[in-house]
Design a protein. Structure first.
Length: 74
């Protein structure tokens, strides 16, 4: 094998590897975008659930206060 042929083969192999790396980077970028979107969605859902929990806690606390008030009246 001549040096020119060897160089061409090495260059072709390098080009193939670079193409593979470009595809990997693109795939990772898409995956990263999807994960960021999922994280934002889950963060919003968590905030909504925290709000619902706080509302339920407030209602339960109000019920306890009313029940205690009814007990003291009796």
């Amino acid at each position: 094998m001549t040096t020119g042929n060897k160089d061409r083969l090495e260059l072709a192999a390098l080009e193939t590897r670079v193409d593979e790396l470009i595809k990997t980077v693109e795939n990772l970028a898409h995956e990263n975008e999807a994960l960021r979107s999922q994280q934002a969605s889950l963060t919003a859902e968590r905030a909504a659930l925290i709000e619902k929990t706080e509302q339920a806690r407030s209602r339960v606390e109000a019920m306890i206060v009313r029940l205690k008030a009814m007990e003291t009246r009796s």
